[in-house]
Design a protein around this ligand. Structure first.
Ligand SMILES: [Zn+2]
Length: 125
């Protein structure tokens, strides 16, 4: 079973490195996650509200949710970023697409060349 809930350690948005930090609670003590271009950081909370533990599926959704905020803010579209209904809906679709995505195994040119040679040696095209 492939791990479909990978959250990166860092990524770039508009040339700016954003670190992903897993924290016990976000700075505001209630959010599941927060994002700040100024702080170059996404915080993902282990706990939100009082003692509600955030599960992995929820963390993945929170990550994409905050990523969308950062992208929209970088685009200068604070109007869209401030629309939580829009961001929540977008994050739901993006999370679904990403956790159900299947990727081909990446082969380097060297591996391809080796495989072609092996195929030639054993008499196949
Ligand atoms: Zn939000």
């Amino acid at each position: 079973m492939k791990h479909r809930h990978h959250i990166p350690m860092f990524f770039q948005v508009g040339g700016q490195r954003i670190d992903v930090n897993h924290v016990e609670r976000c700075s505001d003590h209630t959010s599941m996650a927060t994002a700040s271009l100024a702080a170059s950081e996404v915080q993902i909370a282990e706990y939100c509200c009082t003692d509600t533990k955030q599960n992995q599926e929820s963390k993945t959704n929170s990550y994409y949710h905050e990523l969308i905020h950062l992208i929209l803010n970088s685009m200068g579209r604070n109007d869209l970023s401030n629309d939580e209904v829009f961001v929540c809906s977008f994050a739901g679709f993006l999370t679904e697409a990403m956790v159900t995505a299947e990727f081909e195994e990446i082969r380097t040119d060297m591996n391809k060349e080796m495989e072609d040679r092996i195929q030639a040696l054993i008499g196949r095209d």
